[in-house]
Design a protein around this ligand. Structure first.
Ligand SMILES: *Cc1c(COP(=O)(O)O)cnc(C)c1O
Length: 427
């Protein structure tokens, strides 16, 4: 392994303490960070400034779809940057047009708007919904409890978790939350002001909970009946993570009536640029021209550079059949996690998810965790850091595995082996 790792950049010679000091003095402390200072990576391995190696099963929260330092991404970045990085949306550029076509081809007939982040992609969905209902005075968007839709003001209003809203009142009006996977609750929540329902195909931050096929099909029928837009947030669960381009395509695979299912609009971000910031939303016919000239815009949306990188990632995923690999390997990992649930019920309670979007729910009151006031999820993740594995907590009881789509079989096995060793030591 060592000889194929490129020479670390100069920053490695700064020690951990001096970088921590820079943050303590200069960076707004809005993040709860782990005590790890990362320096460089290759594939699904990351290295900290002390030279310790970590298997990265979080991929920057479902972002680094091709892992770290992928040569195809480096090439797309360097080649495109020699031609054109940015020109603004006052003009046309080829990469943006081509990427929109590639996205629509993978979802369904419609058009795409480009943003820079997931929260911003969702802002586009809220504006689309308000525009759709404007002349009838409808504006209310129903979202699910335990959802996550980003940290802008409307994003925290849409998000069904109190912890993101606290301290930032008054909330942006026009959002209402209902229990997830509960069709009757959705029907009951609709008011004359309701214009749309927004859900994640698989709730991510909320603890890795997939929508049921009945829920998706039921919401589609309900939205058709009540003339509402069905909006989906595919920011985390999209981009082949579940084995299909969008999670609904995996969830509804082989389900009668599922072949024709489409949401009315869908947001994307995280994996789309493999680490280069880009977000997008797709909107289907006949709503695709609702946001006409002058209604919505962002300076950086869909730059030639961002779109060239996103196009290259799609090309690599297709060529190397990474969707199938993520699905097969992810489903194997889930099977292994289920085995841990059966073997060590006092430590792990449940394993769920699809493909490379997996959640392991920890049991309550793990004795080894009683001495700390940190959540079980944080303590578990910290112990995995010691073992050289990066994972992502979701809430207080769940850890998420969101690896790069090109994770190798032996890396998946290494991750499972280290998780098992930890679970065993806690039992
Ligand atoms: C991460 C996330 C967002 C927010 O994306 P940002 O790029 O952080 O703004 C929105 N929705 C879901 C489902 C997410 O996981």
């Amino acid at each position: 392994m060592k000889d194929i790792v490129p020479a670390p950049p100069a920053i490695v010679h700064n020690d951990y303490a001096s970088i921590r000091e820079l943050f303590a003095k200069n960076v707004v402390p809005s993040y709860g960070r782990f005590e790890i200072v990362l320096s460089h990576g290759v594939g699904s391995y990351l290295f900290d400034v002390g030279g310790k190696r970590y298997l990265d099963l979080g991929s920057g929260i479902a972002v680094c779809s091709l892992g770290h330092a992928h040569p195809a991404i480096t090439e797309a970045l360097t080649e495109q940057s020699k031609r054109l990085i940015h020109v603004s949306n006052l003009y046309f550029t080829e990469p943006q047009g081509r990427l929109a076509g590639e996205i629509a081809r993978r979802i369904g007939p419609g058009k795409v708007f480009f943003s820079n982040s997931g929260a911003e992609a969702n802002e586009g969905l809220y504006k689309l919904a308000r525009k759709f209902g404007h002349d009838e005075g409808r504006y209310e968007i129903i979202t699910a409890t335990n959802s996550f839709h980003g940290r802008t003001l409307a994003g925290i209003a849409a998000t069904g978790q109190d912890k993101v809203k606290k301290g930032f009142e008054p909330a942006v009006p026009g959002f209402r939350h209902i229990p997830y996977n509960d069709l009757a609750a959705a029907r009951a929540a609709i008011s004359p002001a309701t214009v749309a329902i927004l859900i994640e195909g698989v709730q991510g931050e909320g603890g890795v909970t997939p929508a049921t096929p009945e829920y998706l099909l039921g919401l589609r029928a309900l939205c058709d009946e009540k003339k509402l837009l069905l909006l989906m947030d595919g920011v985390q669960c999209g981009h082949y993570r579940t084995g299909k381009f969008q999670s609904f395509q995996r969830i509804l695979e082989g389900v009668p009536g599922g072949e024709t299912f489409l949401p009315d609009a869908l947001s994307m971000a995280k994996s789309l640029g493999g680490g280069f910031p880009i977000g997008a939303f797709w909107v289907r016919e006949p709503y695709q021209d609702l946001l006409g000239p002058g209604t919505h815009a962002t300076t950086f949306g869909g730059t030639p550079l961002a779109c060239a990188v996103a196009l290259k990632i799609l090309e690599v995923i297709d060529k190397e059949k990474l969707a199938d690999q993520a699905r097969k390997l992810g489903d194997w990992m889930k099977h292994e996690l289920e085995r841990l649930v059966n073997t060590y019920p006092g430590v792990v309670k449940n394993a769920r998810g699809l493909g490379f979007m997996l959640g392991l729910e920890l049991a309550e009151n793990i004795p080894a965790f009683s001495g700390s006031d940190k959540s079980a999820a944080i303590q578990f993740v910290n112990r995995l850091h010691t073992a050289g594995v990066l994972t992502i907590p979701a809430g207080t009881q769940v850890i998420r595995l969101l690896p790069a789509l090109n994770l190798k079989a032996h890396e998946a096995a290494e991750g499972i082996h280290k998780i098992e060793a930890l679970v065993k030591s806690l039992a």
